[in-house]
Design a protein around this ligand. Sequence first.
Ligand SMILES: C[S@@+](CC[C@H](N)C(=O)[O-])C[C@H]1O[C@@H](n2cnc3c(N)ncnc32)[C@H](O)[C@@H]1O
Length: 259
Amino acid sequence: MRGMSPPEEVTQEKPAWSDSELTQNPHDAQDKAKKVEDMFTSIAHRYDLNNRLHSMWRDQTWRKRAVKLAQVTNRDDVVDVACGTGDLSMAFYKSGVRSVLGIDFTQAMLDFAMAKATKEQMDITYRFGDAMDLNLPEKCADVVSIAFGIRNVQKPDLAFREFFRILRPGGRLIVLEFSNPKNCIVSFINSVYTKHIMPVTATLISRDQSGAYKYLPKSVETFAEPAVLAKEIEEAGFSAIEQHAQTFGVCTITKAVKI
Ligand SMILES: C[S@@+](CC[C@H](N)C(=O)[O-])C[C@H]1O[C@@H](n2cnc3c(N)ncnc32)[C@H](O)[C@@H]1O
């Protein structure tokens, strides 16, 4: 864990994602990981507020559903990867599991997660780390979760293999990620909202100059759709894959098991 300095707003001189870069597929950027870290450093101080407002208070419900699908017991050790400000880690903690470890590579997000856990008196461990190389022993976890994180990882297939490695037999992988709604009317409304309204309001709220809220809809549009993600998860060794669309398909929870 790096320093425990109090969370504060970080201003950046240069956008992580310029408008011209976002005309391309952001997942192809060689320096995507660096850009993602810069972007989350820039928006960390308003991340939770923007999540609540722009999901119309649905985001915590999606996380609770993710926890429910994991079917946890009080003997389970949970590793919440790309934990950000810790909302999913906290939801797992509240479910009564044995331990929760949150891992993220953006220190500014972790600082908020740690401050929240301290305030709520939750015994959650947060640690700096990379989803593709977690620096954890084999078979040390019963649940690995990643919410709105896999889309931001440079090489999702490497991360899935790493999740498989650290899970014990019978362990569950839970992936919560945005998806593109199938219904054409919902898809149209969602597209107007995420591409034209949310980028303006979320950018204003976080006084963001990193391009984070322009990257968001572009990165969702160009990311693997649920069926492709399921295939990647299967290729990493997982079985019993199930997918649950949430709120008209604006996001999907994927559950998979290491047999
Ligand atoms: C959209 S936030 C999601 C945070 C949290 N899981 C939630 O439910 O709100 C994405 C997080 O993924 C983290 N992230 C992206 N790539 C990562 C990687 N390779 N390793 C660790 N964290 C990563 C970012 O730093 C950021 O905090």
